[in-house]
Every structure is written in C-alpha cells, then in structure tokens.
Design a protein around this ligand. Structure first.
Ligand code: THU
Length: 139
C-alpha cells in the first residue's frame, strides 16, 4: 500500500503526547488514515472508574466517524509506559478496537504497530481479527 508510513507513525507519536493515563501509566497514540487521505489522531483516555477508559484507536476512529469519514485504509499505533524507557514491545490494538476498526476498515485495513518511525510491524486487520463479524453479515 502506497502512503507515507513515517508520516502516519509521526502523527501517532504526536497524539500520544496527549494520552491521559494516570492509572495505567501506559500512554498510547493512534493515527488513522482515511480513504480521502486525511489523518485523524487519538490517544487513550482513562477514568477513575477504570472501565470507562477509551483506547487511542477508538478515540481516533470516533473522531473521524463523527466528522463524516467512514472509510479507512491504515492505522498506526504506538504505546509505552510513561515511567520507563522500554521500547522493546509493540502495541497491538485490543480486541474491542479490532472489532470497531473492522466495522469501518474491514479485513484490508493495514495496522502498523510501531516502536519508532523506522521500526514497525504491519499486517492487515484480517490477520489480527480472523473471520471478523462485519456489517455485511447483518444487512
Ligand atoms: N490501550 C490503548 O489505548 N490501545 C491499545 O491498543 C492497548 C491499550 C490503553 C488502554 C489503557 O488506557 C492503557 O492502554 C493500558 O491498558
């Protein structure tokens, strides 16, 4: 897929700066590329009532959908604890986010899980969520 991965990853790192994660200390940023070429970003937002937490991926997705964008080609995700400089792990979207992304990107959506602009793993959402349950099943 032909687009600037470094730019998308950079946007995810910028979004991560706004992460509100006082409970887990795990800050996540996401940048979602729409079919029209626009980038929507999001961070994780935690609450004292922990289950209310919204992941970075869904923050980006809901921002985009609420502005009329419903088709996406790729998402970059970056995450790390705020109190450690351990960048050995990639952050892969949680199950809930995989399902939400599947709704608007389908199996082809490219998921880029990055440690840095130059060090990342990518795979289609269909590999992270095999046999996904999408809108075509219910209409
Ligand atoms: N989190 C995300 O925002 N995205 C992911 O892909 C994994 C987890 C957040 C939720 C919570 O605020 C923190 O990371 C620790 O689970």
């Amino acid at each position: 897929m032909d687009f600037d991965r470094r730019e998308l990853i950079r946007a995810a790192f910028r979004a991560r700066e706004y992460a509100y994660a006082p409970y887990s200390h795990f800050a996540v940023g996401a940048a979602l590329l729409s079919q029209s070429g626009k980038i929507y970003t999001g961070c994780n937002i935690e609450c004292a009532s922990y289950s209310v937490t919204n992941c970075a991926e869904r923050t980006a997705l809901f921002k985009a959908v609420s502005e009329g964008e419903c088709n996406f080609t790729a998402i970059a995700v970056v995450g790390a604890r705020t109190d450690r400089s351990d960048d050995s792990l990639i952050t892969s979207p949680c199950g809930v986010c995989r399902q939400a992304l599947y709704e608007f990107g389908g199996a082809e959506l490219l998921v880029i899980m990055a440690k840095s602009e130059d060090d990342f793993t990518e795979m289609p959402l269909g590999k992270l969520l095999p046999l996904g349950f999408g809108p075509e099943k219910v209409v």
